[in-house]
Design a binder for this molecule. Sequence first.
Ligand code: FAD
Length: 230
Amino acid sequence: MDITNLDYKLFEHGFVRLDGAMASDLSVVNSARVSFDKYQYTMDENGSYLIKFLMKHRHGTPFEHNSFRFHVSAPIFVVREWQRHRIGSFNEMSGRYVELQPNFYIPDLPSVRKQEGRPGAYQFTRMPREIAGFIQEKMRNHYEAAFDSYLELLAAGVAKELARLVLPLATFTTMFWTVNARSLMNFLSLRNSPEAMYEIRQYAKYCEIIFRALMPITWRSFMDNGRVAP
Ligand SMILES: Cc1cc2nc3c(=O)[nH]c(=O)nc-3n(C[C@H](O)[C@H](O)[C@H](O)COP(=O)(O)OP(=O)(O)OC[C@H]3O[C@@H](n4cnc5c(N)ncnc54)[C@H](O)[C@@H]3O)c2cc1C
């Protein structure tokens, strides 16, 4: 698998790219077969059945002997949801050490939405185009004013770690996320889902494309199992 092509841009300043991986369907098969002191060098039909069996019966640990290292640029509000997923490792750019850039998320017109209904059953619907345009403008103006304040505080000698407090959650940040397939499936099941927030769903969608490319039989079994992580 050529992982250099697994590089996706999204929104104005964001990306998801696979920085490295140690992942294959065969590793799942061998992690399970070690129970019988067996090892195989290539995937075969029996291996595919075994993966399906493990997924269906929720024998989850054989799906842990692999890793995906994602390099991500996303707005802080997306990363905040992402980092709730505890089974995985994160390292993130530090606003204590680097001067942040005026890179902010502005939803495109169709993504400016309103929220109706009750908690647990919200409907998100598009706002009329002219109102959506006005909201984009409001956000842009607010971000620019916030960034001006940030620069003023830095110019006054305030430490970066304090000056950043005036910046919005829409500010882009960068991180690495290393995760195994079992935890990744849990993330995909929750975040590449219509219930998840639109913006994190876009990132999860690309993580899933990458997962599918590297572990196609595991991905197929995950789908057949109703997208329930084992
Ligand atoms: C649509 C949506 C809405 C949400 N709304 C809110 C909200 O309003 N407020 C809020 O605080 N969070 C919210 N969350 C976050 C959610 O509660 C989880 O923190 C997040 O989805 C991570 O899921 P997880 O715990 O399964 O993942 P991980 O932390 O990666 O854990 C993976 C699995 O490991 C096991 N595990 C991990 N840690 C423990 C533990 N301490 N004890 C036992 N088992 C463990 C569990 O089986 C878990 O499913 C929301 C998430 C979604 C998808």
